[in-house]
Design a protein around this ligand. Structure first.
Ligand code: ZN
Length: 246
């Protein structure tokens, strides 16, 4: 890996001559990455970036998201390790390690409008205020619009949305049962019901599961993500659960 990076630095023009303009030099050094796409911008104009890894020809489409809440950044390391490792076969996977870049910059749950992006989706949307502020209307936020358009374009069979700190794999109804079980085994986290203290309003997974044939699952790590979880159990567990390997 180090040798290849050094070569790229020495001969960027030569090695990148045939690459898509979207593929940056840094991305080209990562053997799993086949495409880098800016899927939208945050309120403050930061890019929301999706990295495509795996086999683009595979009919098994997967989207993995992290840091939808900017103060839950631990699982982003799992996505970075998925992205930066060796080539992947068996699935066409997109990783979005920094869903809420403005929140991440402030280490805050919400986006720059102080909206909880996981209450902003147009499924059972309800006006909520405070820490779970749902925004002035369904899908009012640019981050929500970006991810909705992206999911509509990719139409993944599997979506994994990483959070903290409730430590578990969220149940996702009958159609998600087998996938939840595979994530539970692969990630070594218990299966739980995350019902948002009663009823969920405007969550991404509910919207996706009601709108598409694919299945979206919330996975919560604890307060911390260990080195083993970030580098081994996490990336390997996701790959195994979606039927991919590297
Ligand atoms: Zn969260």
């Amino acid at each position: 890996m180090i040798r290849r990076t050094a070569l790229l630095l020495a001969l960027p023009g030569v090695l990148l001559a045939g690459a898509s303009p979207l593929v940056t030099e840094a991305a080209a050094a990562r053997s799993a990455v086949t495409e880098v796409r800016t899927i939208g911008k945050s309120v403050q104009g930061r890019n929301i970036v999706a990295w495509r890894i795996g086999d683009p020809k595979s009919s098994r489409k997967v989207v993995v998201l992290a840091a939808m809440h900017g103060n839950e950044r631990g699982p982003s390391r799992i996505l970075h390790n998925l992205r930066d490792g060796r080539a992947i076969t068996g699935a066409d996977i997109w990783v979005v390690p920094n869903y809420n870049p403005d929140g991440v910059a402030r280490r805050a749950r919400q986006n720059a409008h102080r909206v909880d992006l996981n209450r902003n989706y147009p499924r059972n949307w309800k006006r909520l205020t405070g820490a779970y502020d749902s925004g002035p209307g369904p899908a009012s936020e640019p981050e929500t619009q970006a991810v909705m358009a992206f999911l509509r374009a990719v139409r993944p069979a599997y979506v994994v949305s990483f959070h903290q700190p409730l430590r578990g794999v969220g149940r996702a109804g009958p159609k998600g049962r087998a996938f939840v079980r595979r994530l539970h085994r692969g990630l070594r986290l218990p299966v739980k019901s995350f019902n948002c203290s009663g009823v969920c309003h405007g969550t991404m997974t509910e919207w996706f599961n009601a709108s598409f044939p694919g299945v979206a699952v919330t996975v919560e790590y604890g307060r911390g993500v260990s080195r083993t979880q970030a580098t081994r159990t996490g990336p390997n567990g996701v790959l195994k659960a979606v039927g991919a390997r590297r």
